[in-house]
Design a protein around this ligand. Structure first.
Ligand code: ZN
Length: 192
């Protein structure tokens, strides 16, 4: 495949997804990820496998550490029902601006299946990143894509969405209900 070809991945579930998802409690989810030094065919192949694994798990976002790779890379697709809208592939993303408006919305995570909790996040973000062809991009995101990208970018710093959940009682109950342990949560104090 020539390196300039777009990454084409069917938005379907595979019986055997190429990558295995790691769960809350796994150390790989708590590490700071390293920058991707060069966007080459290997990186593009990995992005494709991340997308296939995400679609197979019915997710709208997946970060590299969730499949055991400590690299600054994530994929997001908020249009699962639309096969023609391409997914977002963000390499070495950095948030340049946060909106002052804060939005509260429910989040889940492929690494904590079954657990859904409200999380407060800035409504809009401006992000710089490299796309799958290595081209620098600057884009503003709002709504669900903004939330999904912020959630996935947290993963690149070893932060899980449960660390940010406000309601600690509900958090403890939800985790227990789905077989996870509160001791694997690292609460984030307000302001971070
Ligand atoms: Zn997640």
């Amino acid at each position: 495949m020539p390196s300039t070809a777009p990454i084409l991945v069917e938005k379907t579930k595979l019986e055997r997804p190429p990558l295995e998802i790691h769960y809350l409690g796994d150390r790989v989810l708590r590490q700071n990820c390293k920058r991707v030094s060069r966007v080459d065919d290997k990186v593009r192949q990995f992005a494709k496998e991340m997308l296939q694994s995400m679609y197979s798990a019915d997710g709208i976002g997946l970060a590299a550490p969730q499949v055991g790779i400590s690299k600054q890379m994530l994929v997001v697709d908020c249009n699962l029902d639309d096969p023609t809208t391409p997914p977002l592939i963000l390499i070495n993303p950095k948030i340049k601006k946060f909106s002052r408006d804060i939005a509260v919305g429910p989040e889940g995570c492929l690494s904590i299946p079954g657990v859904y909790l409200d999380v407060k996040r800035p409504e809009a973000i401006e992000v710089t990143y490299k796309d799958e062809r290595g081209r620098p991009q600057t884009r503003t995101f709002t709504g669900l894509p903004s939330r999904a990208i912020q959630h996935e970018m947290d993963h690149l710093e070893g932060i899980m969405f449960v660390d940010r959940a406000d309601n600690e009682l509900e958090l403890t109950q939800e985790l227990a209900k789905h077989g996870f342990s509160f001791k694997d949560v690292r609460r984030i104090k307000k302001g971070k």
